[in-house]
Ligand binder design. Structure first.
Ligand code: F3S
Length: 423
């Protein structure tokens, strides 16, 4: 592989052991995937932050690298932690767990992540980190990878935990995979015959397509989504997150909507075709057969301010019978506080937590065994990672469940749209 003089110096350890270790990882990954050179990255997003997931072994690995002098050289953000870093007592975390989680964040802060004050979130693009079309970045969280590739038109592969840290320290990544134009071409045409309406419908559609296609680059036609739709980004965020969860889709295109499709990228005539004529099975795919739930979770991927605003409108003046937890980035929560939305939600009995992701939290230890969510990705990981029962429905259905104290199984009208159960 061709390395610049500077990269060779780093690899040889002349810039210290932390950089050498980073370069060894970057070069090894680049070699495995057949890259001929390294490219600079504009930003990095690191996953593997929850202490529940990485444990003492992961913490010790991070600390060892930091002790060698590891410092990030490009703007770097962190994925969510297991808990709200300020309000973990209200969530029911033990002081012992909270201390370990704080240590993980402190190590990243010491490396210069977030300028020394990391903001854990899976939606860095909602708090100002929006790489432009064609920008090379190294992001790790699957829904963020999908968004930055597909909706913003930037370029990243889905980095692993150590790979992303190495990229942040070296500021380089191998030129392979989705960094290359030829690998961004659609490999599957998805014809959507029943247009999704709600954001949850997009999530359900994504769950079906992800399950069916695994690693394809889908090109959606017939989605009925307008570039002027005020919910466009939220719908695409839900679509991409779901495809990344049930499959490993890191890039998709939507005809006339996403930047590369607008610029003229179309599938060649010989790609496969997937037809989706109904999104209902996407809901069933991600729901356990339970009526009793003990938590409602909104904010996967992390909630936007408009999403929190919609929840506030729906719960205003209500008295929730079940805990309703909304997760978001801290700057989004701060805005929600400033606009009085958090007060409204808390008055109803709900909570808005920053930093946290329930899918990577010890949900059972917090006392929950069945969770309702408006996110296909959330439901998928609650079942497969957090090991609790999950039910998936649209936002209204989730809020209704929090108010009523139980999950009403959905029924479907004859034209295929989802209706609330009344019995
Ligand atoms: Fe984000 Fe956790 Fe969902 S990382 S996308 S809130 S599973």
């Amino acid at each position: 592989m061709e390395l610049t003089t500077e990269e060779r110096v780093w690899l040889d350890g002349e810039d210290g052991p932390a950089m050498r270790r980073a370069m060894e990882i970057v070069v090894a990954l680049a070699s495995i995937y057949g890259a001929e050179r390294l490219i600079p990255v504009e930003s990095v997003q690191i996953s593997g932050v929850s202490f529940r997931n990485i444990g003492d072994a992961g913490l010790s690995f991070l600390r060892g690298w930091a002790d060698e002098g590891a410092r990030v050289r490009v703007p770097t953000t962190l994925n969510p932690t297991a808990m709200d870093m300020a309000d973990w007592q209200c969530q029911g975390f033990s002081p012992k767990f909270a201390d370990k989680q704080q240590q993980v964040v402190d190590v990243f802060a010491g490396m210069g992540v977030g300028g020394g004050t990391p903001v854990p979130t899976c939606t860095p693009y909602l708090i100002g980190n929006r790489p432009g079309p064609g920008a090379h970045v190294a992001w790790a969280e699957s829904s963020a990878v999908s968004f930055v590739n597909s909706v913003l038109g930037a370029r990243t592969n889905r980095e692993g935990g150590p790979g992303a840290i190495a990229a942040a320290i070296a500021g380089r990544i191998g030129a392979y995979g989705l960094h290359l134009e030829e690998n961004r071409q659609p490999t599957l045409r998805v014809e959507v015959l029943a247009q999704p309406e709600t954001i949850a419908d997009y999530s359900a559609l994504g769950a079906l397509v992800g399950k069916a296609t695994r690693k394809a680059v889908p090109y959606f036609q017939g989605l009925g989504l307008d570039v002027e739709d005020s919910l466009r980004e939220e719908k695409l965020k839900a679509l991409g997150a779901a495809m990344a969860a049930t499959g490993a889709v890191a890039l998709y295109h939507v005809e006339d909507v996403t930047p590369e499709a607008i610029a003229g990228m179309v599938p060649s005539g010989d790609v496969g075709i997937l037809t989706i004529d109904d999104v209902r099975s996407g809901y069933a795919l991600l729901s356990d057969d339970v009526g009793v739930i003990d938590l409602v979770w909104i904010g996967c991927p992390h909630a936007s301010l408009p999403e929190i605003s919609r929840v506030a409108e729906m719960v205003k003046g209500q008295h929730l019978a079940l805990p309703l937890w909304i997760t978001c980035a801290r700057p989004v929560r701060d805005l929600a506080v400033a606009q009085g939305l958090v007060d409204v939600i808390e008055a109803a009995g709900g909570s808005v937590f920053a930093d946290a992701c329930m899918a990577i939290a010890p949900v059972r230890d917090l006392g929950f065994s069945a969770v309702a969510t408006a996110s296909a990705k959330g439901a998928y990981y609650l079942r497969n990672l957090a090991k609790v029962d999950a039910v998936f429905g649209d936002l209204e259905q989730c809020i209704d469940a929090a108010v009523a104290g139980g999950w009403q199984k959905p029924r479907f009208t004859i034209d295929g749209s989802l209706a609330q159960s009344v019995s």
